[in-house]
Structure formats: C-alpha cells, structure tokens
Design a protein around this ligand. Structure first.
Ligand code: NOJ
Length: 558
C-alpha cells in the first residue's frame, strides 16, 4: 500500500515538474549555423548539434533554445524565414530535426525553437504571391503595402528608418511600397489579416506535434500595428510614448490578442508548450503582460544584459524583476549574452557603457586596435563572477553558446567577410553582430578548431584554440569547468523561487541566501573583502585564504 501511494506521489511530482520545468531552467541558446558542422561545408548543422548532445548533457543544461533553422537566404542570420514548417537544406532535413529532438529528449534536455511572427522573408511563398497578385489583392493584404508619396508615388510612404538603418519601405515593380521594420528582405506581416493568424497557429501545432517543448517569440512586441492614413514622421514616431499601448507599432495593447490565441493552442498539448517573449517594452509592468499564464508565460528580461558590472544596479534589477515576476505569475529570466550583443566577457573588459547598446553603433568600440582598449583579463574575471551570480538566482538562466568557454567577441572580422545586415546598412558605424556569431572552437587546432572539417563560414581568430572545449576540458580552473560545477549544483538551489538579501559588510558586495540555506556572495569591487563563514561550494576565481578577492563570486553552504 505504502509503495502504491509513494509511486502515485512520485507520478504527481513528475507531472508537476513536466509542467513547470521552465520556471527555473538553464536554457542554452544554439545559433545553429555556428555550433557544430557535421558535413564539413563550413556551416553548422542539425546533425552537428545531435553529435554534441553528450557535451550539452555534461554541461548540465535543462533545455536548448534553437535560433532559426528554417529555409532562409540568411539576409538576417535566419530571421528571414522562407518556410516556417521546414528545415534549411543547408543545415539538415526534417528527419535530422526529429533525430535531434530524440537525442535531446533522451538526454533529458528540452527543446525551444525560435518563431518569427513579425516578418517573413521576401522569398516566402506568400510574399511572392503578393508581388504577383498586385495592388488591392487578398495576397497583398497579408503584408503591409502602401502607395508612395510624391507626384508619381516615387517617394516612400514615410521617412521611417529600419532597425538595421536605411529606409523601412521598399518599392516593388508596380510602384507600391512595403514595410519592413528590419532588412528589406524581411517584409512585415499584416496581423489584421486572418490568414496570418491561422498560419502561425498551424506552425505552432506543426512543431509541437514534432515534439518541441516550447517557442521563443521573436519581436513579440511588434506584430500588432495600427498605421493611420497619414503616417507620422520618424521624429513623431520616436516622440510617441510606448507606455500606453497606443504607439502605432510597438507594444500595442491588441498584440496580446495574438498570444491569448496562441496560449489556447499551446495548452492543447500535454504538457502545455511553453513560450518566452522577446519584447523590448517600456516597463516591467508592460513586460509582465506577455509573461502572463494566459499568454506566452515568460518574457525575456534584458536588464542585467544592459547593466554595467555594478552592485547597486544588479541589486535593483534583481529585486524589481523578482517582484514583477511574482505579480505576473511567471518566473524571471536572466541573460547576459545572446546572438545580438557583444559577448559579456568582452563588454565587461571595456569601460562602462562601451559595447553594450544594441543599436547605438558609436557605443560598440571594441578591441583590434580601436580605442578604448579591451582589458581581456578583467572582462573574463567579471563575466565569470556575473555568471555565477546569475546562476545562483531564482528563475531561469539563458546562456549563449560559447559563454561557458568564456569566449570573447571577435572584433577583427574583415569587412568583406561580414554577414550581418546591421554592418552593411550602417557603413563604418555599426560593427554588426557577427563578432558573437563566430563558430565555436571545439579543439585546440585544426582547420576550424574542430567546428567541422572545412573552413568555418565566419573567420575564427588564432586565439580561439586556447579557449576551445579541448583546451578547457582538463583544466579544473577553466570557465567550462566552472559552468559545469555551477550547473551541477544548481538543481539543489532551485527549490522555492525566493531569495533573502543578507546585509553585506562592504557597499560593493551583494550577498543573498536561498531557501536551501546556500549563500551567494559577489564582490563587485576590486579590493578583497572578508569571506563570510561557510563551506565553499564553487567560486568564480581563486580565493585567498579567508578573503573574497575583487570581482569574484562564491557559493557557500553554512
Ligand atoms: C531579434 C533577433 O534576436 C535578431 O537577431 C533579429 O535580427 C531581429 N529580431 C529581427 O528578426
């Protein structure tokens, strides 16, 4: 009898866990074309990912977030999708996808795929039909077409600038213009059109049926648009608040109708599929709407990513976001690096505010002979301390491939080898995002440091060998082994989503206790401070006797 009750209890616990795994998960972002190349063509592929599942399992991540792997001309690194329900032949097949899912699941790793609802690629079947069908057609209504200004409509409908620089409107052969908030190869969908809704619901079902556990929703805050007959100028648009849900483009209130509809589909599955919004919005309160359990369930919080390495800023961000998540009924997300920003090991080696803003090209001053100079050692020391701080927090941590190696940004990619539209649309201003997308080094040597048997699609610098998996594997002090140890311990930490701040002796120190009694202490300053009592479980750098050196985090057990 006892046995029966126990096993039922265990079943319930498993079921509960199946539904809530995402709340405190460690999610590892894979940018597929730069992770592992199995067929030697220089481009990472799905078979390559499958071959590295043992690596992911040993690292100890709970889930993978896979950036777009759909057929694409790569005008924007795959965020220009030709076909939402297929795999890019350059990186695999649907069978490869199924095998990858099985291998991940066999290793107890969930899979979240990227979905891109704001825009398709200009090669998408629907956009091609829209071009062929002409003005006023049902096909054209799936996108946002307008007549131009000027005597013959030769001027764009407005002076809007795209997110990558350059005009946000492009003219087609019959004279109409279409809107693209990003590259001209990325026409924006018209979400007032019912076909668009239905097609995305079909896509959600397609991948959910294939076993994916969730979705990362690209530009979630941009899909609903209300464009008046007479369009505002860019200056007027910039001056319009994004706080009340009435901005013509960003974070409109009715965008939530889309995600309420999505939630119904995601809940058709057992366990329900999860979703996390990429939503750049004005306030924590506006973000919480996307994270509501009746919508996507979770939303990225980029606050730590945007902050300097500073105790006061981190304290404020952590406190605010934990409180906000509680109100929203969601759990917090944390992230320092992704495929859009300068890697944090490099950001932290630059003076504050350099290399940290996604759009302000002038802030992206990096190494490679430019000023200010990069301090590689400080950058890595701080990155390790910051990551260990983050991994001790309640909520889910999103890691970007390579950060577990302490990888820095590649700042000296020759102009002709760049791929990112941001680089080309802002000549000489924006170094673009290729520097954080360089294929991973797996071995100390070899044509592409073990990424594949051919040359990598973006050039890898000579120093990559020294931060390869092979180089770090056997070094107990390596960043790779630091992440492994922290992730191994993290499961024990992630019980209740709570923390209690402990008063620290110095203003540059943050100290908190988790419900299991473990303590996390970070010294953000440069001078050593006294190490609080307890057994050291893991530290981001060497400890000196009973002191905690500067820019170091330690986990302690009382
Ligand atoms: C956000 C993605 O993270 C970024 O890489 C992409 O360029 C834009 N959305 C447009 O899809």
């Amino acid at each position: 009898m006892t046995t029966v009750i126990d096993s039922k209890a265990a079943d319930h616990a498993d079921q509960a866990n199946e539904c809530t795994w995402w709340r405190q998960a460690t999610v590892y972002q894979i940018y597929p074309r730069s992770f592992a190349d199995a067929n030697g063509d220089g481009i990472g592929d799905l078979v390559g990912i499958t071959s590295r599942v043992p690596y992911l399992a040993k690292l100890g991540v709970n889930a993978v977030w896979l950036s777009p792997f759909y057929p694409s001309a790569l005008a924007d690194g795959g965020y220009d999708v030709d076909d939402y329900r297929n795999v890019d032949p350059k990186i695999g097949t649907l069978d490869d996808f199924d095998e990858m899912v099985s291998a991940l699941h066999a290793a107890n790793i969930k899979l979240i795929v990227d979905i891109v609802p704001n825009h398709s690629s200009d090669r998408h079947e629907w956009f091609q039909q829209a071009l062929a069908a002409g003005r006023g057609s049902a096909e054209r209504d799936r996108y946002i077409f307008r007549e131009g200004l000027g005597e013959n409509g030769e001027l764009p409908p407005s002076d809007w600038v795209s997110m990558f620089g350059g005009p946000a409107w492009t003219r087609v052969d019959d004279g109409q213009w279409y809107l693209h908030l990003f590259a001209s190869e990325q026409p924006d969908f018209n979400w007032k059109n019912r076909d668009v809704h239905e097609d995305f619901l079909t896509t959600l079902r397609f991948w959910s049926d294939r076993g994916v556990d969730g979705f990362r929703v690209d530009v979630a805050h941009g899909c609903a648009k209300e464009l008046p007959e007479v369009l505002p100028t860019q200056a007027e648009l910039d001056a319009t608040p994004t706080t009340d849900g009435q901005h013509p483009i960003w974070d409109r209130n009715e965008v939530h109708d889309i995600y309420t509809e999505w939630r119904e589909v995601l809940n058709e599955y057992d366990p329900p599929r999860i979703a996390v919004a990429e939503a750049w919005v004005a306030s924590a309160e506006r973000r919480a709407r996307y994270a509501s359990p009746t919508e996507l369930g979770q939303a990225f919080n980029f606050d730590l990513l945007e902050a300097d390495f500073d105790a006061g800023s981190f304290l404020e961000i952590v406190s605010t976001n934990l409180a906000e998540a509680k109100t929203a009924g969601s759990s917090t997300t944390w992230v320092f690096s992704n495929h859009d920003v300068v890697r944090h090991a490099t950001r932290y080696g630059l003076p504050p505010r350099h290399g940290r803003d996604v759009k302000q090209g002038t802030e992206w001053l990096l190494s490679g002979g430019t000023t200010p100079e990069l301090d590689v050692t400080t950058g890595l020391r701080r990155a390790r301390a910051a990551s260990l701080f983050m991994l001790g927090l309640p909520g889910s941590a999103y890691l970007y491939q390579g950060e577990e190696l302490g990888l820095g940004e590649v700042a000296d990619i020759p102009a002709e080898e760049h791929q990112d539209p941001a680089f080309f649309r802002n000549p000489g201003v924006d170094p673009g995002r290729d520097g954080c997308r360089v294929p991973l080094p797996w071995t100390r040597e070899g044509v592409s440091f073990g990424f594949g048997s051919g040359e990598a699609h973006l050039p890898q610098p000579a120093w990559f060998g020294s931060v390869s998996v092979e180089a770090e594997e056997g070094d107990p002090a390596s960043t790779l082994n630091l992440y492994r140890r922290a992730l191994e311990l993290r499961d024990d930490l992630q019980t209740a989503e709570e923390l209690e701040w402990v008063e620290a002796d110095a203003p540059d120190v943050l100290h908190f206790r988790r419900p299991n009694g473990w303590e996390v202490v970070t010294n953000f300053g440069t001078e050593p401070v006294a190490l609080p009592a307890g057994t050291v479980l893991v530290s981001s750098g060497p400890l000196a006797g009973d002191t905690l050196p500067g820019e170091t985090t330690v986990w302690l057990k009382a």
